[in-house]
Design a protein around this ligand. Structure first.
Ligand code: PXG
Ligand code: PLP
Length: 440
């Protein structure tokens, strides 16, 4: 059915310019491997792997089969006081994949829920240890931790907070962001300058006293804010300060997990182990919504105490460990392992780096950033004001280049498949160049 505007009106689209979209809808109706099919029958190459979600490609047969079988065998299982085997198996496999010491898994349904769950676990942990004064939470400017009230409180993307400022959590501070166009523009991989920005955490410790601070949450590579790889040495410095002061370090790996930076987790790639890792997206290759919070044994052991017949943690979701999501997660982990997807991504990284930096000489480009298979091209603002140029480039790519590219603010963002063909990565940036030539 060809859509007309009246059938599109009811759906209030998320993070979308609704009226602009509905005036000329960009609809996809199917997907297979590395391509979407648009409503008007075009094959559209997906240069964003879904929404950072689908690193193995769309409609992967192994995952699709697992989901089909599961939905017919056990569609839903009550999640409180009763379990089903696949949730336990998936938790076990995730614990195996995680850095040493991180070995318990709490399931939720999205990255936003993972963020709020991780903050609650941090508070519950300190309280259980007799340090109930540790309630302050520290996020970072330009951080994205989803859209729930906890996540936007520690998050640092201004428009995501602005309308809701009356409901933000009290007792939250933000570290400075690490974006430094003046010194780090066109860096390849980790920028050289900025490790000292982690020392701002020491300043907050001096201000509040560490005995009042529960946790620091950061994305190892800030994603939504336009791919900001951490300056060399920065994450280790955060780790050291947290360790020194008994503060939990949470890595939000919703984007960086499952191969996106050429390893199972950014923690592994950068050799810095946090206390908690949040995941979602690639956990099921985007096929079924699922998130998870992976924690150190000390956290589980501190909270899971008291009379054994009593509930230890008053938290959980109707769909925690959902059977179909768990089946999708297990199948995705099978494929990651069998295909060697994380190593595959690492091999593609230099190809991607060359290709994305080929845009560095474009007159409308003021920065190019990349790490693993994450990349952003920062545009100078056009005559139509902030964000217009990137949105126009996204639309030109969709309509004229049969290419799905993500725009966010002044950036175009790229998240190639872990199993991309090198020539497709190269072709992506030839198309983007043509689009940039044409935008206002
Ligand atoms: N944490 C991080 C680091 C994320 O990237 C979330 C939490 C929230 O996950 P859910 O599943 O609740 O959306 C995310 C999600 C973009 C973009 O364009 C990125 C996300 C969401 C929407 C857009 O980069 N990341
Ligand atoms: N609202 C109401 C009225 C509910 O009964 C429930 C769960 O039982 C929720 C919200 C939370 O839903 P979920 O567990 O899917 O997050």
């Amino acid at each position: 059915m060809q859509s007309d505007n009246s059938t599109l009106d009811s759906y209030w689209m998320p993070f979308t310019a609704n009226r602009d979209f509905k005036a000329a809808p960009r609809l996809v109706v199917a997907a297979d491997g590395h391509y979407y099919r648009s409503e008007d029958g075009r094959q559209i190459y997906d240069a964003f792997s879904g929404l950072w979600t689908s690193g193995l490609g769309h409609c992967h047969p192994h995952i699709a089969d697992a989901v089909r079988a599961q939905v017919a065998e056990l569609d839903y299982a009550i999640s409180f006081q009763v379990g089903h085997p696949k949730a336990f198996e998936l938790a076990h496999r995730l614990a195996d994949l995680a850095p040493d010491g991180i070995d318990h898994v709490f399931f939720c349904n999205s990255g936003s829920e993972a963020a709020d769950t991780s903050l609650k676990l941090a508070l519950a942990y300190h309280r259980a240890k007799g340090e109930a004064s540790r309630t302050r939470l520290i996020g970072r400017e330009r951080g994205y931790h989803g859209v729930n009230l906890g996540g936007i409180s520690v998050g640092g993307i201004v428009p995501n907070r602005k309308a809701f400022s009356g409901a933000l959590l009290p007792g939250v501070d933000h570290l400075p962001h690490t974006f430094d166009l003046g010194r780090n523009a066109f860096s390849r991989g980790l920028p050289k300058h900025g490790a000292h920005l982690a020392d701002e955490l020491e300043r907050l410790c001096a201000l509040h006293d560490p005995s009042n601070i529960a946790a620091v949450i950061v994305e190892p590579v800030a994603g939504s804010a336009g791919v900001l790889p951490p300056p060399e040495g920065y994450l280790q410095r955060l780790r050291d300060i947290c360790t020194r002061h008994g503060i939990l370090l949470i890595f939000d790996e919703v984007i960086t997990g499952f191969g996106r930076v050429g390893a199972a987790f950014a923690a592994e790639r950068f050799g810095v182990t946090p206390d908690i890792i949040n995941v979602a997206k690639g956990l099921t290759n985007g096929v079924i919504p699922m998130g998870a919070v992976l924690v150190r044994a000390e956290i589980y052991d501190a909270i899971v105490q008291g009379p054994p017949h009593l509930i230890e943690l008053f938290h959980g979701y109707t769909y925690s460990g959902h059977p179909v999501a768990a089946a999708a997660g297990l199948a995705a982990l099978d494929v990651y392992e069998e295909d060697g997807s994380f190593a595959q991504a690492r091999v593609l990284e230099p190809v991607f780096e060359e290709a994305i930096h080929s845009l560095a000489d474009h007159p409308k480009v003021i920065d190019v950033r990349n790490i693993g298979l994450m990349g952003a091209v920062e545009l100078s603002p056009g005559p139509d004001g902030p964000g217009a140029r990137a949105l126009e480039a996204h639309k030109l790519c969709f309509w004229e280049e049969d290419l799905m590219v993500r725009n966010g603010g002044e950036t175009l963002q790229f998240s190639p498949f872990l199993n991309s063909k090198p020539e497709d990565i190269q072709r992506t940036f030839t198309s983007v160049r043509r689009a940039l030539d044409r935008v206002q």
